[in-house]
Design a protein around this ligand. Structure first.
Ligand code: GLV
Ligand code: MG
Length: 301
């Protein structure tokens, strides 16, 4: 949500989303940046963000705005903020800079040191090549975020439609390498990994198609730019009822067979399950529980 638009900052509080980020970067015009900082501080302090992770995206380190963004927002509303998003990260030292600044502000203000997290957007070739080092650069780092619009511009990908396959690329998925690369860097350091925006906001089916690809690989979520995209995102990133039931059944059956019958590889219907199946089932079950799904099947030995 652009920090320059107080109406949107109100609206954001009513949406069924897991996280809201209030933007000072590319959704805010240069002349509106200073007012946007004050709007964001007020919205964080006065708004009702219950159930949502509260994040502010500051400007990137090649601009003149970053330090004031961080200082004004965190001094003004640090107790009401969960993480700072740093865009266009190219190098681990950028994250270290933000970590150090946050620590100084937390000490000055008497806040708990280290509570505020960092999300790093990877948006160009240098950031992607350095993704492993960036992912390991700070204990505050929680999430790597793909920035497809800036990324496509930076590598000269020949399309203007963010997230869609570039015309002429007829086989495979032009984003596969990038998404996989980010997924590996994030998981190597136990971070979340989030897919970026889909700009054709009226084309919900297009959003769903693009979101399904990163969800299938294992991404934890995707940005939404408009209320129209929210339901589709929640749906795509939650397991289906069938998969959720299946996962809970695997967990229950595996528990029964390994403890009561003391067997490690067993049959559940027509499929063989073992310790690795349990791990896969844990991921799906955790996502289903987080999405509020209820079981419709129970295990009987
Ligand atoms: C998001 O910041 C993007 O560049 O896609
Ligand atoms: Mg960007």
């Amino acid at each position: 949500m652009p920090g320059s638009n107080p109406r949107f900052l109100e609206k954001a509080q009513t949406l069924p989303v897991d996280e809201v980020f209030l933007d000072l970067e590319d959704a805010v015009a240069p002349l509106a940046k200073e007012d946007a900082r004050a709007n964001i501080v007020a919205a964080l302090r006065e708004g009702d963000w219950t159930g949502k992770t509260r994040v502010v995206r500051v400007n990137g380190l090649t601009t003149q705005w970053t330090y004031r963004d961080v200082i004004e927002v965190v001094e003004g509303a640090g107790e009401f903020l969960d993480a700072v998003m740093l865009p266009k990260v190219q190098d681990p030292t950028e994250v270290v800079w933000l970590d150090t600044l946050l620590t100084q502000i937390e000490k000055t203000m008497g806040f708990e040191v280290g509570r505020i997290g960092i999300e790093a957007q990877i948006e160009n070739a240098r950031g992607l090549v350095n993704a492993d080092a960036i992912a390991g650069s700070s204990r505050r780092l929680e999430t790597l975020v793909f920035g497809p619009a800036d990324f496509m511009a930076s590598v000269n990908m020949r399309t203007l439609v963010v997230g869609e396959q570039p015309p002429g690329y007829t086989e495979g998925d032009a984003y596969h390498y990038i998404l996989m690369r980010l997924l590996m860097a994030a998981r190597m350091h136990d971070l979340q990994v989030i897919d970026g925006p889909y700009l054709q906001i009226k084309d919900v089916e297009g959003f769903r198609r693009v979101a399904a690809r990163s969800a299938a690989l294992g991404f934890d979520g995707k940005w939404v730019l408009h209320p129209l995209q929210v339901d589709a995102a929640n749906e795509v990133f939650s397991p289906s009822q069938e998969d959720y039931d299946h996962a809970e059944l695997i967990l229950e059956a595996y528990e029964y067979y390994t403890t009561v019958e003391k067997r490690g590889a067993v049959m559940l219907g027509d499929e063989m399950i073992d310790e690795a199946s349990r791990k896969m089932a844990l991921v799906v079950a955790a996502k289903g529980r987080a999405a509020g799904l209820a079981r419709t099947k129970t295990f009987t030995p």
